[in-house]
Design a binder for this molecule. Structure first.
Ligand SMILES: Cc1ncc(COP(=O)(O)O)c(C=O)c1O
Length: 444
């Protein structure tokens, strides 16, 4: 390499090369003259306002207010990278999850499915392993076990429509790594019995809380009762703006393995590129990172959770306290009436024919009642309809292995309640339900 100060001779003239900036010379490129235009800026912000449904007039007013906004030169960074100057929204979302769901660790993900996949991998689900899932719930639970390479094994339910713990023990084999009870439709699984069996048999418990954020069992928030809790914070759930998920746990190793699956780029680690700190820390993962846009919406949604749950509970309590008891109708059993959220009411008329007539009559009264009945269109909330799993796991998915789920699902009348109903609304709905039930059934 030529020395930085060496002179060279060209055509008999001696030239001294310019000093390197390193040695006090002028910089070759002190600053760009081109004016940077933010990659993401006001237009994108206004597009969000359009997506939110603000009127053109409101958007014009917003435009005028933010046009000269003092955005950083490159615009906001909407990815979630650790170490940014301001705490990312994702971290705020996780702080809230830790607080609300009573867990030491929280990792947000781009969906509830992503969170469940991470939980499956964290507990060691893989080829040759099995995960026990309830026969009613949603396809995502069994599907993520399968995605991890394990076989989902379906356990029948009882009249709570939750996994029946009395059938759990017999399904556990040396291949079983976990049981994944779903707290579905705002109600809670029988966690005491499930935990007792799981601890005794040495398997992990993954709570699928997608449909029950804010529910509790014996005063403990669902999600932090078992080993891992997975939430969907999506537009279809009681909180959530678009797509989003959350995983919580009190176990540091499970948290780290789940984080590796969610964010294999290593941004979750204290030192991103450091070698493996212990066997099993690093493995091939995905990018299920949650975008900062979704996280921002979900921070606000999480703050609203307590109010949402309290309003649902008040509506449910008012309506159900007025309901009469009828001989031909059994109400869904509750494993913890104080812990359920109660955004739906489910009952099982004696026959599918009776169920259909009751649901039709309720709808005619203006009450939102749903009923499926035997032979209805497939629905991925009951195991026998979970077609994407059948190809590889037909043996486990056969309906006759979970006859209670199949029967209850076919007879179930489902009435959706609304958190915003006034006491008068509640009383009118309760009276309407009593009227219809009394028309078809005998009072006890
Ligand atoms: C019980 C249950 N688990 C998991 C999921 C998956 O959540 P996401 O749609 O956020 O992936 C859902 C969504 O409907 C669900 O109901």
């Amino acid at each position: 390499m030529p020395s930085a100060t060496r002179s060279t001779t060209t055509n008999d003239r001696t030239e001294t090369p310019p000093a390197l900036a390193l040695h006090g010379g002028p910089k070759a490129f002190p600053a760009a003259r081109g004016k940077p235009c933010p990659k993401v800026g006001v237009e994108e912000f206004l597009m969000l306002a359009e997506r939110f449904g603000f009127s053109p007039e409101a958007r014009k007013r917003l435009d005028a207010a933010v046009r000269d906004a003092d955005l950083p030169p490159n615009g906001p960074h909407l990815g979630r990278y650790h170490g940014s100057a301001k705490p990312p929204m994702g971290e705020r979302f996780e702080d809230l999850a830790r607080e609300k769901f009573g867990a030491k660790y929280a990792r947000c993900a781009s969906s509830g499915t992503g969170a469940l996949h991470a939980a499956m991998i964290a507990v060691g689900a893989g080829p040759g392993r099995e995960v026990i899932c309830p026969a009613t719930g949603f396809l995502a639970t069994g599907m993520t076990a399968a995605l991890a390479g394990a076989a989902p094994v379906f356990c029948d339910v009882d009249e709570s429509l939750q996994l029946d713990p009395s059938k759990l023990d017999a399904l556990i084999t040396p291949r079983t790594v976990a049981v994944a009870p779903t707290h579905h439709w705002g109600t809670v699984a029988d966690m005491g019995a499930i935990l007792e069996i799981a601890r005794r048999r040495g398997i992990k418990v993954i709570e699928d809380c997608a449909q029950a954020p804010g529910a509790s069992w014996r005063g403990r928030p669902v999600g932090s009762i078992g080993d891992l809790g997975c939430f969907s914070i999506s537009c279809y759930k009681i909180i959530g703006g678009g797509e989003g998920g959350m995983l919580v746990t009190n176990d540091e190793r499970l948290y780290e393995r789940a984080s590796q699956l969610i964010e294999a780029g290593g941004l979750w680690r204290p030192d991103r590129f450091a070698p493996e700190r212990y066997p099993g820390e690093l493995f091939v993962g995905t990018n299920y990172r949650l975008s900062e846009l979704e996280a921002a919406v979900n921070v606000v949604q999480m703050r609203k959770l307590e109010g949402v749950v309290a309003r649902h509970r008040a509506v449910h309590a008012r309506i159900t306290s007025r309901l009469k008891v009828f001989r031909e109708i059994r109400r869904q059993k509750s494993n913890d009436p104080a812990g359920d959220i109660g955004y739906q009411f489910r009952c099982f008329p004696q026959t599918t024919d009776l169920g259909r007539r009751i649901a039709d009559a309720l709808r005619a009264e203006g009450i939102r009642a749903a009923f499926r009945g035997a032979g209805a269109k497939p629905d991925w909330h009951v195991h026998r309809d979970m077609f994407p799993l059948f190809a590889n796991y037909a043996e486990n998915c056969r309906a006759e292995r979970c006859p209670v789920a199949a029967d209850l699902y076919d007879r179930c009348v489902n009435i959706s309640f609304d958190q915003w109903w006034t006491p008068e609304d509640c009383d009118a709905v309760a009276d309407g339900m009593n009227k219809v039930f009394a028309a078809y059934c005998a009072k006890e």
